[in-house]
Each structure stands twice: as C-alpha cells, then as structure tokens.
Design a protein around this ligand. Sequence first.
Ligand SMILES: [Zn+2]
Length: 285
Amino acid sequence: MLIRTLQAAAGVAAASRLPQRLATAGSEPAERSVWDAHVHLTGVAGSVEQRVDGLLKIASRVGIERLIFCMGTSFVPDPSPAELRKQNDEVLRAIAHAPDRVSGMVYVNPKQKQASLDEMDRCVREGPMVGVKLWIALECSRPELDPIVRRAVELKVPLLQHAYDRTAENLPGESSCGDVAILAARHPDARFICAHTGNDWERGIRTIRNVQNVWAEVCGSDPTAGFVEMAVRELGAERVVYGSDGGGRSFASQLAKVYSAGLPAADQRLILGGNIRRLLARVPG
Ligand SMILES: [Zn+2]
C-alpha cells in the first residue's frame, strides 16, 4: 500500500488537507484554483495523451487547473471486468501523462462485484485515483451497491454517481436522484456526488436536500440560469460542486452556470474547487 503523504496546502485549513499528489500546480493560491470534478476522455480525438493535451489546453484558456477524469475513450454502460480494466487503464494513462493537472476516479459496475472491488484496490488503494465513478449499469438504490460503497468508505474516497430524472422513462439501470438519496441514507458515513443532480435539477435538488452526505454536482445539463442559484439556496454553497462533463459539454458553458449566479466570492470558490478538494482530502492515517 502506498504511503500517502498529506500536506497542508497553503492557505487551506487543516480540515481540508490535501494529499500531496493533489496539491495545486499552478500560480493561483490553492484555495482559489478551479477544479473540474467530472471530465471524460470522449468527444475529442487521438490517443489518451493527445486527448488530455487537447482538453488541458482548453481548460487553461478558461482558468481550470485540474481535471478529474472518469471512464475511458468510449462509453460502455454495462462494462465487463475486462472492459472496466481497459477503461481504468486509460484514465491511469491520463494521470501519468499530466499528474500535476489530472486526477481520476475508478469506474466500477455493481453487476461485477469482485471485478469492481479489485479495480478499486488496484486504482485507489494501490494507485493514484481519488474517487469512484458509477454510471448506468444498475439503479444505485439496489443492494448490489453496498459492497462498493463500503469499500469506498474504507478507502476514504467519495462516489460520483450519475443521476438523471428524465421527463420520459429513465434508461434501463439508470439512477434517479431518489436512488442516490436512498443509497446515501443507507450509508451515512459515505460521501456521494450526485452527478447532474438529475438534469431536471429543480426536482433533483429537492430530492437530495435532506440527505447531508450528498453533494449536488452541476455538470452536463443545459447551461440555464438558476441551477446553481437554487442549489446554493437549498443546500448551501458547501454542498455544490462544479463539473463540466467535458468533452460532451464545453467547459465554458458549465463554468458560466457558476460565474453568472452572482454569488459571494467565498461561495464561488467553494463550488469551483474548495468543495471537491475537501471531498478528496483523506483523513490522515
Ligand atoms: Zn459524465
């Protein structure tokens, strides 16, 4: 097992100490840098390394310092053990290519229990990844999720769960915000990032409001005004996380949801990076 050296990043309270590998690499003070909690290697062409370079170039242009990738160069809804390994290998390559600016979350499939636990050990316990990504293989309120959540708690990492509340029926296996709330209530010691907050965010924000271990993530939906404003009003700025869902969405359109919300500077900083850094900071020991 890797020995994880923790250090207090400049200007950041001890409670949000960061693993050394997540320390800021840019010129901005650590507490001000923008981190994107939800980025993919899709939507851009070339090798993994070329995709990372291309996305980092655009990220730099709009002031994003760190990209947190999940899943590989293709979207596979119900991945086999071999596919999980392949996709996570691609994210490991992305991290290795630009460790100062790239992190990753391990992609798992609750229908592949042992393979998922093995991948969590390989990529998080023994590797550089900092969270767990769950997509649409199985509704996350199902008991098959429990071993994965328990392992994430052991590893002290958050879980990023895709959640959509479609106006028509959800996709087979797709989780709603209600599923996330049920799972999170069952695991009060785990921390969940509700990706997209349901897309139908007015419903999604209300659904997760009373479950304190769920963070609303604002990526991927249309860049309408009001999403971030309502999330802050109902949950507090400390429970709202910026992500883009790039390359499927532009960084700029998703950043605009936050920048246009008219928030106090301190709240904006939490949403654009402070909250995800705190979620990723592991407890020493
Ligand atoms: Zn996504």
